[in-house]
Design a protein around this ligand. Sequence first.
Ligand code: A4P
Ligand code: MG
Length: 186
Amino acid sequence: MASAGGVGVGAANPPRAPKPLGEAVSGAPTRVYVGLGSNLDDPQAQVRRAIDELAQLPDTRCEAVSGLYRTPPMGPPGQPDYINAVAALTTRLHPHRLLDELQAIERAHDRVRAERWGPRTLDLDILLYGQQVLDDERLVVPHPGIAARAFVLLPLAEIAPDLLIPGLGAPAALLAQVNLEGISRL
Ligand code: A4P
Ligand code: MG
């Protein structure tokens, strides 16, 4: 998949000069998993567009993307089914800078923050940032919902079944403990 991370080669597409490492950029490329979800305004198109946008993030390369899954909503009743997917990225962006970029993508999809777990055009969650464990006012990683949510575990297990989730184990093992009812892969 296309990368904006300066990996292009050849005269027509010379590598970008490396950006200076500042506070907002971490030194080491880190494998990150991002969960995508949408249940408004053509959710499939929202998710597909967001996958392209993730691949364009600075200092970031998209390594793998799961299939798209139709999933029953968790949260307030009466909302449409969701489309969910997971993307594996390699990024040099610091976790908070990555969150800023993800929230900018959400805003570009006209995401309105109304009620918790309410319907949305696009939700982007940092599921994992390497093996880091973070817990501050803006960011909790691994994402606290991972272990209990089939709509996260199924696409995650598809692209990284044996991944070690700090404190939790592997997606494939966690998957055995959640309810997969009503979920279909598109
Ligand atoms: N935040 C903290 N940790 C993270 C993280 N690891 N990744 C903070 C992203 N954001 C993180 O998020 C609220 C705040 O969480 C952010 O400002 C960020 O600083 P939000 O997206 O504004 O609010 P929300 O999404 O309504 O709340 P929450 O608790 O994050 O919900 P979730 O966990 O994102 O779940 N049903 C199905 N089938 N599929 C879905 O994808 N998604 C949700 C939302 C509900 N039901 C769903 C699905
Ligand atoms: Mg969220």
